[in-house]
Design a protein around this ligand. Structure first.
Ligand code: HEC
Length: 95
């Protein structure tokens, strides 16, 4: 590599450092909160990571119980009795 090429490399590194610093400054000045809606990048990465964390056999598993009005009704009663205290009866998580 001759001297001219090093100047471009240094320029590219400086631009990258400036870009990362600007991004870091915006993130730090905004702060973090679990209440914020995640940005599209975070939502994409988190979705991919969650998918990766689920074993394929579990991901491809099918419900062995066929849906019927009786099964759905029983499941809703079970959810109301055992799950709604924390998850709310509509699953919203708000009591
Ligand atoms: C004592 C409170 C409580 C009860 C009762 C409860 N849950 Fe949960 N559930 C939680 C909490 C807290 C989490 C989040 C756990 C975590 O993210 O580590 C959770 C997570 C979940 C998740 C994962 C949600 C997600 O987005 O990853 C499912 C599915 C779930 N519960 C279903 C149920 C079902 C079905 C029942 C009833 C059979 C039930 N829960 C009963 C507190 C409860």
């Amino acid at each position: 590599m001759n001297r001219g090429n090093y100047k471009y490399l240094i320029l590219i590194v400086l631009i990258a450092v400036a870009g990362v610093s600007l991004w870091g400054w915006t993130v730090l000045s905004r702060g973090f909160s679990a209440r914020d809606e995640p940005g599209s990048t975070e939502a994409f990465v988190a979705g991919r990571m969650r998918r990766m964390a689920i074993p394929r056999t579990a991901r491809d598993a099918k419900n062995p119980v066929a849906a019927s009005p009786e099964v759905i009704s029983g499941a809703m009663k079970h959810f109301a009795d055992h799950c709604a205290i924390c998850h709310a009866n509509d699953g919203a998580g708000k009591r």
